[in-house]
Design a protein around this ligand. Sequence first.
Ligand code: GLC
Length: 487
Amino acid sequence: MKILFIAAEALPWAKVGGLADVVGSLPQTLARLGHDVRLVIPKYGNIDVRQHGIRMLKDKLKVSIMGETRVANLRFTDSGRVPTYMVENDYYFGGEEVYGENDLERFLFFSRVVFEMLPQMDWQPEIVHCHDWHTSPVIMWMKKAHLPYASVLTIHNLAYQGAFDNTFLNKAGLEEFWEHYPTEAPEPPLNFLSQGILWADLVTTVSRTYAQEILTTEYGNGLESLLRYRQKDLLWIVNGIDHQEYNPATDPFIEANYNSESIGKRDLNKLALQQRANLPQNLNIPLIGMVQRLDEQKGFDILAEAADCFLTETEAQLVILGKGRDCYESLLQQIAVRYPQQMSVFITRDNPLAHLIYAGCDLFLMPSHFEPCGIGQLIAMRYGALPIVRHTGGLVDTVPEFTADLKKGNGFVFREYTPDALIAAVKQGIAAFENRVAWGEAMRRVMQLDFSWRASAAKYESIYRQLLDRKGRSTAESRSRLQPKKQ
Ligand code: GLC
């Protein structure tokens, strides 16, 4: 099958969150299964066209947007994980940051360029797979223009919808969003994502629990009725991770390589991490790691309230790596100042350090308020760090709770979104660390779980196939309706 992925971020080119991991690794897995998969992303300022041999395919494509004509170049490279197109316009994407100001206009422009160039490309996809709000308008435009591609929208995070007001609507001429609006559908909020949900042939999200949660007012972010309207075509496929990229046995970024048969060597990573974090090097102290975007979703508000308690009452160490909201950056740094022997915060994005945290911490903390899937806990388990998670979204599906003897389950789980519940789960993890035999066995067992893309990529394959069958059937039906029946 020929599949085009369209997204705002994808590894190895640009990464802010888990979206980049998925759009970086799923296409590659599908390509290994024999499909012809390509990707299109914006060309951000930090992507060096010379270094990666990113050649010009079409220059000076004119696109009108917000009442103005702007120019885009279309570039192409084979040097990524899959053949990749890049939309170049330095006014919108010349900076290094994936997201910033003016994102509505930037991604409307990106979507429009992709939509206009699609039918002109030499290579033609059968399936167009869009991700999140940034690329949702493509789906609506394709439907309206009756382009022959099947469309899939994957929701990675319903909290971000590309919401706009009437002023933007008028300026951008988005009245067309509602021109073909089905009268029986619930009136969607003014945003990009609602258009993708409304018009995609199939809508998917990234875990079973999140697919149920988003139909409720608590998690639906105002889109629950629209999602219920599309429920028949709303599916879930849990994310995987790239088992080659995340493999403690071969990982070049960590101090010592190991596998589930040689977990003793893992100690060297813990010592290296303690040293890097400027904390006492002591294997008997439980070390808790976090690698997260610093925002509400990830539970930093309850962590900030809970940290004093477990750092005072236990000797545990806490190492946090991430960037995000200023308020959390400074809050965490202030707490770290109070516990120089126990807590260390790295306010940055640093992939090699992230790998060392996965390989060196004993417990991996994800106290998320909500979590569509979550990737960190999957990587942590592959590296033998036992997760402490809140019972929400993909964390429910991937981290069943440990029994008291650690013989069953994958992690320590709390339900209420409160500092107290978080403290209780952290203390449970710390207490369990004392029983080194049970801990070692649990580590070995969790490391052997399969979180690779194998099963999930097969599910994507099967939904793409279903879609093409469905499309084939409807084309055949409309053809037979046009042809006079033979007497
Ligand atoms: C978003 C979600 C996260 C998910 C990722 C990839 O970052 O917050 O839960 O794992 O997308 O789908």
